[in-house]
Every structure is written in structure tokens, then in C-alpha cells.
Ligand binder design. Structure first.
Ligand SMILES: [Zn+2]
Length: 279
């Protein structure tokens, strides 16, 4: 059996254990953010059915912030708001990015936020407040010795560039891509700018899905950490903060059949990614 497996690995054109995951987080991207934007702009996400919905609440609040929201995806645990990469009992948890590194995979984080922002830092930092910027900066510097972590202005442009680079690599990779402006502009109740950010994110999604469709080793998972702005069916903002509304999740590519549930916890996404990457 062992010899058979060895031969299978050796002779297979695509290495047996090489699976890539692209986790895409539309920060603050609620269900109505997508359907409202789709009323005036053709969206890839609106043309495709979500697999289901995600419940986003954190360990200590019905309404999560981006720190606990991203930690759920990064570590597979519900933690307290403001906490990054730690349990409610303040123990460090291992993030997908850290496990990816341990496995020798290429590990990448791309965000339109600053690198110490809550969503990107939940993948490399372990601290009890997203606002302890000095400490997070030190953790960032250490993480950057091994991971590729970059802040970019336009996520659609960056998705094209980085995936074109990765298309020639034979090392498996894990990449987290975040569009932070959907959240920020929803806090501002700036409908126009929210749409512009969502359209750029949608283009990045399409690029990632095209990449996955050309190969047999890549799974693309699109989620949000929470809804922001209480956007209604009639496309009006009703709040300037996050809500506890469920968000959509979409999956494309190689292992999309692992995702079938109409309702998942945000932490379930983590465990499924682990199953794909580190089986
Ligand atoms: Zn926010």
C-alpha cells in the first residue's frame, strides 16, 4: 500500500497532497449588500447561488466585531470581541496561516486595510485587544519573516497579479484576501463607496474562481465576518455599526462538495479549510 501511494504521488502530474485554499472575506458584506449592488451592477456573486448562510455571533456578544469574526475563521473558535488569535481564556490558538507555514505551504495575506487591522492580524497575532497596535506591529514583523503579508489599494488588481505569480508555483498555498472598505463605507453609510468596494471584491472573486477552474487543486471560499450598516431590502442603511444578521457563504473549485449545509457557524468554515489543506 505504501509503495502504491508513493508511486501514485510520484507519477501523478498534479501532486496528490497539493491543495490550495483561497479564503476571501468581504468585511461587513451582508446579504443585502450583494443583492442591492446587483440591482445596478452585474455581479459574479449575484449570478451564483450561495451555498448557505453563516452565523457570526462571537463568544461574548450576539454581534461580533472583526477581531472575533476573523479569529473564528483563522482559529476555528468563537472568542470575545476585540480578541485576536486567542481563546476567551486568553490562550493562543493556532491560525490557518500558522499551520500552513508549518506544512511548508506558501502563506499569503492580502488586505485593503492596514496590516494591523483586525481581520489580517487575526491570522498572525495573539493578543487580547485589537487596539494594542504596538504589540501587534511586533507580531507582524515576526510573521513577515515567513509569510507574505501585504496591504493593497485595489483588491481586484492585486488578485490578478498574485494569482498570476502563484500559477507558476508548484508549492501549495493558503491565501486570505480581505476587502475592508465594504465595512468601512457601511459604517459611514456611504452607499456609493460601499458599492465600489463590493464591485472590486466581486472582480477579485471572479479572478480567483477563474484560477480555480483552470486547475484541479484549488478551492475558493467567500465569506463575510458580519453584516455592517443594517442595510435593508430596499437598500437603505439603518445603522452605523455591525449587526447580528447571517451572511452568505459561497464555495467554488475542487472541494466545493465538502460544503453543503444551509447554515454554518463561522468556526465550521475553519474546520473545513483544515480538512482540505491538512488532511
Ligand atoms: Zn466594522
Amino acid at each position: 500500500m505504501r509503495i502504491f501511494l508513493f508511486l501514485l504521488c510520484f507519477f501523478s502530474l498534479t501532486p496528490v497532497f497539493a491543495d490550495n485554499v483561497i479564503l476571501m472575506i468581504g468585511d461587513g458584506m451582508g446579504k443585502n449588500h450583494i443583492s442591492c449592488t446587483a440591482k445596478t451592477h452585474p455581479l459574479f456573486l449575484a449570478r451564483n447561488k450561495p451555498v448557505g448562510e453563516i452565523q457570526t455571533y462571537s463568544a461574548n456578544n450576539d454581534i461580533t466585531d472583526s477581531a472575533a469574526g476573523a479569529t473564528a475563521y483563522a482559529c476555528g473558535i468563537k472568542t470575545n470581541n476585540k480578541f485576536l488569535g486567542i481563546t476567551p481564556q486568553k490562550e493562543a490558538c493556532k491560525t490557518l496561516a500558522e499551520t500552513s507555514l508549518e506544512q511548508g505551504y506558501t502563506t499569503l495575506i492580502r488586505t485593503t486595510d492596514i496590516l494591523t487591522g483586525a481581520t489580517p492580524s487575526a491570522f498572525y497575532a495573539h493578543i487580547d485587544s485589537r487596539y494594542k497596535t504596538k504589540e501587534i506591529e511586533q507580531m507582524l514583523a515576526k510573521a513577515q519573516e515567513k509569510m507574505s503579508i501585504k496591504s493593497v489599494q485595489y483588491i481586484d488588481k492585486e488578485a490578478k497579479e498574485i494569482l498570476s505569480t502563484l500559477s507558476t508555483s508548484t508549492t501549495p498555498f493558503f491565501m486570505m484576501i480581505e476587502e475592508s472598505e465594504i465595512d468601512k463605507q457601511s459604517h459611514n453609510n456611504n452607499y456609493q463607496k460601499m458599492q465600489e468596494a463590493l464591485i472590486r471584491f466581486d472582480k477579485a472573486v471572479q479572478t480567483a474562481v477563474n484560477f480555480a477552474n483552470k486547475r484541479k487543486d484549488t478551492t475558493v471560499i467567500i465569506v463575510a465576518d458580519h453584516e455592517t450598516g443594517g442595510l435593508t431590502n430596499s437598500c437603505q442603511f439603518t445603522k452605523d455599526n455591525h449587526t447580528g444578521e447571517n451572511v452568505y457563504y459561497y464555495v467554488f473549485g475542487q472541494h466545493k462538495n465538502l460544503f453543503t449545509e444551509p447554515v454554518l457557524q463561522n468556526t465550521d468554515i475553519h474546520h473545513k479549510i483544515k480538512e482540505i489543506l491538512f488532511k
